[in-house]
Design a protein around this ligand. Sequence first.
Ligand code: RB5
Length: 155
Amino acid sequence: RNLLMKYFIGADHAGIDIKDYVKELFEERGHEVVDLGPFSKDRVDYPDYAAKVCKKVLEEQGTMGILICGSGLGMSMAANKFDGIRAALCHNEYSARMARKHNDANVICLGERVSGYGMIEAIIKSWDKAEFEGGRHAGRVEKVNALGKMGSCRA
Ligand code: RB5
């Protein structure tokens, strides 16, 4: 089983209904989860909450993030703008496992309108049980990290 971790969680209005459920699943597995909101169902913009969570993850070394929106897409796009964040959109157990094992993901993104409660539980279990394999994957992850330091460019 994996090390006990500190997670920061954030959502938008389309992810808020499962935020507490997700938080509890991580807590049941022994992790600490700090809720960065939102705390009402009012409409909010997912980039704002992606930024709140990613800033904390980058500030506190060794922590990880959980982001939930309707599809999980907006959160993952926004999170991956941050240099040092490797956010993985997980709709199934295989993706969740590989996100940790091969990509050393530090933020998990979930889609409330895509995955049901049972699938969310299975995704979190797979994510939590997996560990980064290093080896040949380490160099690739380093290359991904280096891309973040290249600054903005347009292909
Ligand atoms: C909100 O309607 C929805 O667009 C948002 O939660 C997310 O799915 C965006 O990617």
